[in-house]
Design a protein around this ligand. Structure first.
Ligand code: UGA
Length: 420
């Protein structure tokens, strides 16, 4: 159920309103087999349901805290519709204490005779890999305070236990905090490796090798150690800010998470500096931007590093021509991108450019014809902000290579051989 009429209309025509690989097929199959329907009618959706999942948006407010109003608006209507025992599962990412507050709201609006429980069941899906991360989760977290609620949630996830998915059953507050702690830790890993990348540039070391080697330590692990333009998306930026915000409200500062946020903002601006350095005096220069979505396999532009990088370049008088395989329809609608030109492919974005910057590591950017790019560009410079190319290969094709944390630019390296 969603109150957005156009979303429901599109879903009813089996059109998924965002890009997620494999999802249209699953939606289609389940609709055809009678397991899935779409509606704008909340009371109707709730009536007769044994379990109700609340999965609304919790966008950040100006002060960084999460806006949870939609959760409580839904909880109230759900409470008024209760009919027999119902389990209400608060799945939206919301500050610690929200599930308990939902219970209180429902208690206020429900009939005296209504029977219900509220549980927390945070989700750990990754956009672009939503189906895979749903079907093969690392763990399921259930915050439930009655055996009945815990049992229902367990049985819903039963098929996944065939894969022996571990399950953590805990209190509402602990479950809610697990979600924020997981995202904040992952964001911290990224800010950490980005900082090491910047240090690599200063001392002529290679972050790719550093990340690989530290990742071999099983206590550290190899994942989420890719240096780049900073993390974006609808989760990490919002959830780190919300954690810092509800920690402050609890009288505590989370200094590591605050530093993660600051380092991420710095990283995006550093990328602007990197590109400007590559093109020289910026006014009137032209930069091609490859990739707008915050990561590959999604059309999501929320908090995408590309947007901050483009804004930073344009402030310096740089002309931008961008290309993204799926995010361009959404990008064309964004007021902040008004005046940005869009190309039909990577080569069009490169035509006449003084530098080409890879901002999102879409697969199709991994195997470009470098010689063709070189011929199209005014100045052949590839700013590989995702480190997807081998610098030697790019330079062999006649382009200058600029990566993230891959040592000093060629020519300025110190030699270990003595000159005498
Ligand atoms: C993230 C978490 O990974 C999910 O577990 C969580 O469920 C989800 O948020 C959520 O809270 O809903 P998602 O935002 O879809 O998932 O994307 P990620 O793959 O985590 O990437 C986030 C950002 O970090 C992207 O901008 C990506 O480019 C960046 N990143 C990721 C790096 O810069 N380096 C890395 O090594 C990994």
């Amino acid at each position: 159920m969603d109150e957005d009429e156009s979303k429901i209309e599109r879903l009813s025509r089996l059109e998924v309103p965002f890009f997620e690989p494999g999802l249209p097929e699953i939606v289609g199959r389940n609709v055809h087999e009678g397991r899935l329907r779409f509606s704008r009618d909340l009371p109707k959706a709730v009536k007769g349901s044994k379990v109700v999942f609340i999965t609304v948006g919790t966008p950040p407010l100006r002060d960084g805290s999460a806006d949870t109003r939609a959760i409580f608006a839904v909880a109230r209507v759900v409470a008024q519709q209760l009919d027999g025992y119902t389990l209400v599962v608060q799945k939206s990412t919301a500050p610690v204490g929200t599930a308990r507050a939902v219970w209180r709201t429902m208690k206020r609006w429900a009939r005296r005779s209504s029977q219900f429980d509220v549980a927390s069941n945070p989700e750990f899906l990754r956009e672009g890999a939503a189906i895979e991360t749903f079907m093969h989760p690392d763990r399921i977290v259930i915050g439930a305070e009655t055996a009945r609620a815990a049992e229902i949630l367990k049985s819903i996830h039963d098929p996944l236990f065939l894969n022996e998915t571990p399950m953590v059953v805990t209190t509402l507050e602990t479950a809610e905090l697990i979600k924020y702690a997981a995202n904040s830790f992952l964001a911290t890993k990224i800010s950490f490796i980005n900082e090491i990348a910047n240090l690599c540039e200063a001392v002529d070391a290679d972050v790719q090798v550093v990340a690989k080697a530290i990742g071999m330590d099983r206590r550290i692990g190899p994942k989420f150690l890719h240096a780049g333009p900073g993390y974006g998306g609808s989760c990490f930026p919002k959830d780190t800010m919300a954690l810092a915000s509800f920690a402050r409200a609890a009288g505590l500062r989370t200094r590591v998470v605050e530093a993660t946020i600051a380092a991420n903002e710095h990283q995006e601006q550093r990328m602007v500096g990197k590109i400007i350095q590559a093109i020289g005096a910026p006014r009137g220069k032209r930069v091609g931007i490859l990739g707008l979505a915050f990561k590959p396999d999604t059309d999501d532009l929320r908090e995408a590093p590309s947007l901050k990088i483009i804004a930073g370049l344009r402030r310096k008088g740089v002309k931008v021509i961008a290309f993204d395989p799926v995010a361009m329809p959404g990008a064309r609608e964004l007021p902040t991108l008004r005046g940005v030109a869009f190309g039909d492919d990577a080569y069009e974005a490169a035509r006449g450019a003084d530098a080409l910057a890879i901002v999102t590591e879409w697969n199709e950017f991994r195997n470009m014809n470098l010689r063709r790019l070189r011929k199209l560009m005014r100045k052949p410079v590839l700013c590989d902000l995702r480190n997807i190319y081998d610098p030697a290969e790019v330079e062999a094709a006649g382009l200058r290579y600029v990566g993230v944390g891959r040592g000093r630019p060629r020519g300025s390296r110190r030699s270990t051989r003595s000159s005498g």
